[in-house]
Design a protein. Structure first.
Ligand SMILES: [Zn+2]
Length: 115
């Protein structure tokens, strides 16, 4: 019997129809990455809170709002590697993504492929 038939039968018998099963949530990050993200958040906070944006791209809002990752954060090693951290405002962080060539020229971006 399919779900619809079970539902109809339940109604007919004056029973509460069974609740529809909700699809399971898919985790955005693996457990390992979740732990790394937490570690990163704790470690990085003092490095940008109250600091000036170190990128100062055109349109910079001045105050750092987070960390820009010179080498991206595609791996846990890169996420946590403080050598590649730059305090940055959200605007400049986005600017580096939109203008990767300029960002690289200014030293705010290192290609992941380069050693
Ligand atoms: Zn900025």
């Amino acid at each position: 019997m399919n779900d619809y038939m079970i539902y109809r039968l339940a109604l007919k018998n004056g029973m509460k129809p069974p609740e529809k099963k909700k699809p399971g949530k898919i985790a955005r990050f693996s457990k390992k990455r979740q732990r790394a993200n937490r570690e990163y958040a704790e470690k990085s906070r003092p490095l940008w809170i109250g600091k000036h944006c170190a990128i100062s791209a055109p349109g910079c809002t001045g105050t750092a709002q987070g960390i820009h990752h010179k080498k991206g954060k595609s791996s846990i090693e890169l996420l946590l590697d403080e050598r590649y951290w730059i305090p940055a405002c959200n605007h400049c962080n986005t600017w580096c993504e939109i203008f990767p060539a300029e960002a690289e020229k200014e030293g705010f971006k290192i290609s992941r492929l380069k050693k």
